[in-house]
Design a protein around this ligand. Structure first.
Ligand code: ADP
Length: 483
């Protein structure tokens, strides 16, 4: 660090003398010349020369001292970017000091702006939701943003990438990037803590960074995308499989009717009955598939019509009354007095209640009762199950059947998921009923909660959120309970 620039500098005599002599040289030679020609007496000339030399020495001292201080200021600027204020001692050196201070200020402003730009870029990189790492020529991680440190651990910095990411495909792609400057995208899976799919993007840099980084590695979590791709593929495979079975049966019977059984009138009736059932099954499947895709298209825009769900539940029960009777079952609808209205789509809600009641009839035991309850979610219900806090209205469908083993319950609303596929098909099920229910309730911002006890039966409850409709203030009209 240089010494204080405002303190007087001791400038050594050997530096001052040559400068002083150069300053005084011309007048001294003039005085000596005048004395030589007798124009001035020698004592006067010599005394004047002495005075001139002393004065030049003083000026040279001040001048050299200002130069030294200016040099010290420039050194300060070079070392720390700031120079302390200093004033020139001679008017002739003042512009030098002013210039140095202007350069100092401009330098400070420029480095402040650069620092701000750098910090903004650092913050953006740090906050990037995807993991990003910068690798040097020895494959060491020289930078890792917060997402990368969260994924690979804080110790990733400064170490070989292979210590944190043990995926041979990614490491060899990074090695290739470092050696041959090739850009690659590599898919890989991280099995822990939960299996997730990633795409690693490897991008060599055109020029090495100050910290030695020569390659950027970014990781993108594509688990959700892969899962939905898989679901789409599974869905197409399942739907084709579901259609192929009745179609194969139809083709088989048609061939039999045209060939071996062409003249067997007794077989005709039987075969046509089976063909009728199979084509009905295909038709139900196509209807359900179309319903699902229509509901999915609308799922983001919730319905707004105020609906009295008790009336819809009662209509759905009436539609299925005959079916219940065929199995010696009864359907009871019990609607409370103070049921809040629901913002809903009447046709879709009808589909929800019909699917749930139809399942209760299908899977309930012969001769038992299906009970439908429509009501307001009560504070007691919320106290017993805080999950219910967000709901205002419920419609439950309860059956007395075999019940559902606990491990199947979370998957029942998946398309084509069945506890017992053969039984479902034999009962005319498409495996899409509960998926339709779930999507309709999603659109209504509601939920389906399934309670079941093996050997006793199941309760499927649809919950709906409260609505802020002017007409929702007063309770819905009472819908008389009837069997
Ligand atoms: P499905 O057309 O097969 O009935 P759903 O989507 O309606 O299709 O139901 C999916 C599966 O959930 C059914 O196959 C059945 O195993 C089970 N399930 C649905 N409702 C009930 C119920 N009330 N009692 C027992 N199991 C049920």
């Amino acid at each position: 660090m240089s010494e204080g620039t405002n303190e007087s500098h001791s400038v050594s005599l050997p530096r001052v003398i040559p400068v002083a002599i150069r300053l005084a040289l011309v007048p001294v030679l003039l005085l000596l010349g005048l004395a030589g020609y007798g124009e001035v007496s020698w004592p006067v000339a010599l005394a004047s020369c002495g005075v001139l030399l002393v004065a030049s020495g003083a000026v040279a001292h001040l001048w050299l001292s200002d130069l030294d201080r200016a040099t010290a200021l420039l050194q300060q600027l070079r070392d720390s970017g700031v120079a302390e204020p200093a004033v020139a001692r001679l008017p002739s050196t003042a512009p030098l000091f002013t210039g140095i201070h202007h350069v100092g200020r401009a330098w400070r402003e420029e480095s402040e702006a650069v620092r701000e730009r750098l910090s903004a870029s650092e913050t953006a990189l740090e906050r990037l939701p995807d993991p990003l790492l910068v690798i040097d020529a020895d494959r060491r991680v020289v930078r890792a943003n917060a997402a990368a440190r969260r994924l690979l651990g804080d110790s990733v910095l400064g170490r070989d990438l292979g210590a944190a990411l043990r995926t041979p495909a990614v490491l060899s792609a990074v090695d290739a990037g470092l050696r041959r400057q090739v850009e690659t995208d590599t898919e890989f899976e991280m099995p822990v803590p939960v299996a997730r799919q990633y795409v690693a993007r490897i991008r060599p840099l055109p020029r090495p960074m100050a910290d030695g980084g020569i390659l950027v590695l970014s990781l993108y979590d594509v688990t959700t995308m892969k899962r939905s791709e898989q679901m789409r593929a599974d869905f197409v495979a399942n739907a084709s499989h579901e259609l192929r079975t009745p179609l194969a049966a139809l083709i088989g019977y048609i061939e039999t009717l045209r060939g071996p059984a062409a003249d067997d009138t007794e077989a005709h009736g039987r075969f046509l009955q089976i063909m009728h059932e199979q084509s009905q099954r295909m038709s139900r499947l196509v209807d359900d598939l179309l319903s699902l895709s229509r509901i999915e298209l609308n799922e983001h825009s919730p319905p707004t019509e105020p609906i009295v769900v008790g009336i819809i539940a009662r209509k759905a029960a009436e539609v299925l009354e005959l079916r219940a009777r065929q199995r010696d079952m009864s359907v009871v609808v019990d609607v409370a007095l103070d049921v809040p209205q629901v913002a809903g789509d009447e046709y879709e809600l009808m589909q929800v209640f019909q699917n749930l009641i139809d399942n209760a009839i299908k899977y309930g035991a012969r001769g038992t009762r299906v009970r439908i309850r429509v009501g307001r979610v009560q504070p007691d219900d919320v106290a017993a199950n805080p999950r219910l806090r967000q709901w205002a209205t419920f419609v439950s469908v309860e059956d007395q059947g075999d019940g559902i083993p606990r491990e199947h319950i979370p998957r029942l609303t998946e398309r084509f998921y069945r506890v017992d596929p053969a039984r479902s098909r034999a009962l005319g099920g498409t495996g899409l009923g509960l998926a339709i229910v779930k999507h309709i309730l999603n659109r209504h911002r509601g939920a389906l909660i399934i309670d079941s006890e093996v050997g006793r039966g199941s309760v499927f409850t649809a919950y709906f959120p409260p609505v802020k409709l002017p007409s929702a203030e007063k309770p819905a009209p009472r819908v008389d309970a009837a069997e």
